[in-house]
Design a protein around this ligand. Structure first.
Ligand SMILES: [Zn+2]
Length: 257
């Protein structure tokens, strides 16, 4: 399995990172994608992925909730990291989030579009975070559709229509995590109806979004196995099949190996 989205550089893991990584390896996690969210974390992500080179891979970007009035300056600093490391596998996590606030709506739109242009220019995939903003997001992505290498719509929790719209970007996949395992989640039905396994990658979004039966605890990459198991139930295939296919998808979309 590949955990395509995990905030391993967070302080939540500062005390026991080594054992978290060991448990991930023991659970069958072959690689972990670690996204940056702001200038500081872009550095900690690079440091961590250097330390666990070949196992953890970095993605760099400015998260929509971190976009403030100084976004241009922050982006110019993050941009300086990009050409210097061939190990960077994606621009992310980037996107739009109007769930809590639209205070920086305009800035978010501009910052996302700027980073989408980086993805085109550097031919890197996008790791996209989108909440309460799919229309706006799709409008921006459409402008670059033909030139984008692809990417992941991380933490997908939408309905069938939203799934179909996102999958119309044919080099993109949906990142599926702990929400799939929640008791009242409509996601199993949505996926079964509208999303083939060839368009799914696994993720934890740790330390957030722990899957059942770990719900409420700190999430960690080893727990991606619970997402894999639930997907196997949803699609009526073996866990091995889900793990093989989703890893193939991650390797393809994120250019791993
Ligand atoms: Zn994230």
């Amino acid at each position: 399995m590949i955990d395509t989205h995990c905030h391993l550089d967070g302080e939540e893991f500062a005390q026991d990172l080594e054992t978290v990584i060991t448990r991930a390896r023991e659970a069958g996690v072959e690689a972990i994608g670690v996204p940056g969210i702001d200038l500081k974390s872009c550095q900690t992500v690079l440091d961590l992925c250097h330390r666990y080179g070949g196992y953890c891979f970095p993605m760099l970007g400015l998260h929509p909730e971190e976009v403030k009035s100084d976004w241009r300056e922050v982006l110019s600093h993050i941009r300086q990291h990009l050409p210097h490391s061939t190990s960077i596998k994606a621009i992310g996590e980037v996107g739009l989030d109007f769930y809590w606030s639209r205070e920086f709506e305009h800035e978010q739109l501009e910052a996302f579009e700027e980073q989408a242009r980086w993805a085109v220019e550097l031919q890197l995939p996008l790791m996209i975070h989108c909440r309460k903003a799919q229309n706006e997001l799709v409008n921006i992505l459409k402008r670059y559709k033909d030139d984008l290498l692809g990417g992941v719509f991380h933490c997908f929790t939408g309905n069938e229509l939203e799934a179909r719209e996102l999958l119309s970007f044919d080099r993109f996949v949906l990142g599926i995590g702990g929400v799939l395992t929640f008791k009242k989640s409509k996601l199993p039905a949505t996926l079964a109806e509208a999303v083939p396994l060839s368009r799914i990658v696994l993720e934890t979004d740790a330390p957030y979004m722990a899957p059942v039966p770990m719900r409420g605890q700190r999430n960690e990459p080893a727990f991606v196995a619970h997402v894999c198991r639930r997907l196997a139930e949803v699609y009526g295939v073996s866990e091995e099949e889900v793990s093989r296919l989703t890893s193939e998808n991650a390797v393809r979309v994120l250019g791993l190996k």
